[in-house]
Design a binder for this molecule. Structure first.
Ligand code: HEC
Ligand code: HEC
Length: 329
């Protein structure tokens, strides 16, 4: 008799507590949908992306002949495949001639959903961005657009591929079309995560700790800057709102505009795949994700996050890793 009663009590408590947890998770999903969105299916600008254009863009993306000494392609700094996160995991990257730039390489995965490209947002979109590293003297180092077009025009396969990809243009092989084709390929680099499953209502997609990290991310107001489908990527904000960032040499957008109001203004980084795209920050100075979370709390929000909060937020951020890239899954 007693045993039966306690069994019933245990069963009741179990059902009750799982019910409470399920309710809590439902509420969290609803709340999260107010600030974030699941990853959309297609990137802006993909309406005209034919298979021929994407295929050409892919060839160009991996082709070292786009650099001055045939040593470097986009993929040298933004490697793809084999679980690679669309960046090289170095603080800063060597260019075709071995010199280093002063900024960390961001990931190309999902990049086209951002409102602008580069850490300071100086490129409007993927095509605008793609034309730049080829001519950058410390990156791929080609002298000018004409030399790139001339070099590719001497390769029959490219003349044919551009004609297929841009049948209505004369000439099909132009610098603008090269950038457009690379952008078309990049618009296919979509990487969906467990967070998207959760946002769409799969309650089991995130563990209790990950859900608790999400709650803290919202409660501590990280969402003031990191919101939307990319958890960032749309705003240009001051880096160092309450306290200076530890490196004030690179003044962000000020470099582009010279405007005093743009000192230390940087694009709010997208947090998609952030757990696998370290080292972090525009200068690659963030060595662990935990350090970066602590710094963000301190300089952007004026809060000292407790160790368990940092751990929970880090666990949540790891749920933003593309499923195909998440090696532990
Ligand atoms: C030498 C290394 C290197 C090469 C080669 C290179 N990139 Fe980058 N890429 C970078 C760095 C560094 C940045 C950030 C620069 C900045 O913000 O000022 C960047 C930024 C980007 C971004 C912006 C992402 C974001 O979130 O803002 C995209 C997209 C991109 N590169 C694509 C390409 C493509 C396409 C090519 C080939 C045409 C290419 N990159 C070649 C290093 C490289
Ligand atoms: C006032 C706006 C703002 C707030 C609030 C904010 N961030 Fe950021 N965050 C940024 C900006 C801007 C960057 C880009 C930093 C850079 O250029 O190096 C960034 C970068 C990051 C990065 C590094 C991304 C990378 O790829 O290097 C992480 C991680 C991050 N934030 C997490 C958080 C967390 C967690 C919170 C809440 C505790 C938070 N942020 C609050 C503006 C903000």
């Amino acid at each position: 008799m007693n045993q039966k009663v306690s069994l019933a009590a245990v069963l009741f408590l179990f059902l009750f507590s799982t019910g409470v947890q399920a309710d809590k998770t439902d509420r969290l999903i609803r709340k999260a949908n107010r600030y974030f969105e699941p990853l959309p299916q297609t990137m802006p600008g993909s309406e005209n992306d034919t298979p021929a254009r994407v295929e050409l863009g892919k060839q160009l993306y991996f082709d070292t002949r786009l650099s001055i000494n045939d040593t470097q392609s986009c993929a040298s700094c933004h490697p793809l495949g084999d679980g690679k996160g669309g960046m090289d995991s170095l603080p800063t990257s060597p260019g075709a001639r071995g010199g280093f730039g002063d900024r960390n390489t961001p990931t190309v995965l999902n990049a086209g959903w951002q409102s602008s490209q580069f850490w300071d947002g100086r490129a409007a979109d993927l095509a605008d961005q793609a034309g730049q590293p080829i001519l950058n003297p410390i990156e791929m180092g080609m002298p000018d657009k004409e030399s790139v077009v001339k070099k590719l025009s001497a390769i029959t396969a490219y003349v044919e591929a551009f004609t297929k990809a841009f049948p209505d243009d004369t000439p099909p092989l132009s610098y603008a079309n090269l950038a457009e084709a690379i952008a078309a390929f990049e618009r296919t680099l979509r990487s969906e995560s467990r967070f998207d499953d959760f946002m769409r209502g799969d309650k089991a997609a995130l563990t209790t700790q990950e859900q608790s990290g999400l709650t803290k991310f919202i409660r501590h107001n990280c969402i003031r800057c990191h919101d939307g489908p990319m958890l960032g990527g749309t705003l240009i904000e001051k880096l160092g709102v309450y306290k200076d960032f530890h490196n004030t040499e690179d003044k962000g957008r000020h470099r582009v505009t010279g405007d005093e109001a743009d000192v230390m203004m940087f694009k709010v980084a997208s947090l998609r795949n952030v757990a696998i795209t370290g080292p972090w920050f525009h200068d690659g100075s963030g060595k662990t994700l935990e350090d970066v979370i602590r710094t963000m709390g301190s300089i952007q929000l004026d809060i000292e996050l407790k160790e368990d909060e940092v751990a929970d937020i880090a666990a949540f951020l790891a749920t933003l890793t593309g499923k195909e890239l998440d090696k532990e899954k």
